[in-house]
Design a protein around this ligand. Sequence first.
Ligand code: SF4
Ligand code: SF4
Length: 158
Amino acid sequence: MSSKPFWKTKALSEMSEAEWESLCDGCGRCCVIGLEDEDTGEQYMTDLSCKLFDAGACGCGDYANRFEKVDDCTKLTPENVPDLYWLPPTCAYRLVAQGRDLYWWHPLKSGDPETVHASGASVRGKVKPERGQKVRTLMRHIVDYPEPAARAPRKVRK
Ligand code: SF4
Ligand code: SF4
């Protein structure tokens, strides 16, 4: 039996449902409304989220029924992850599909569901739900999110 964690030994298609679900770090970045420049392909994030996103909990407000409630919510699958170019580069599914390790803040690595927020990787408390704004209005909501901390903070004794 391998001593390596499952995300290093299994392809996305080989994961159990529980493993697959646990791979989501809870960053919420895939629920943020993004914009793409048709001419350049450049992508922008906004400070608006899907209407169903719970910014305080940093998760879907109705995960079980999300596809009935939001037409353009995309179900991630082992097959489509490599093609979903709008997933954030930090997305755990994307990282595994690329053969890369998870970041230090991922709860599977840190053992702490708070590290994804403490690192700056999540959008908890940083977005508000969209209300059907037109594209021109959405452009006024473009924001830069800080890069997550590259390393875990050092522990200091006071
Ligand atoms: S971007 Fe990826 S890791 Fe983050 S919440 Fe979405 S699916 Fe989960
Ligand atoms: S329906 Fe839920 S999972 Fe889908 S984009 Fe909206 S908040 Fe995210």
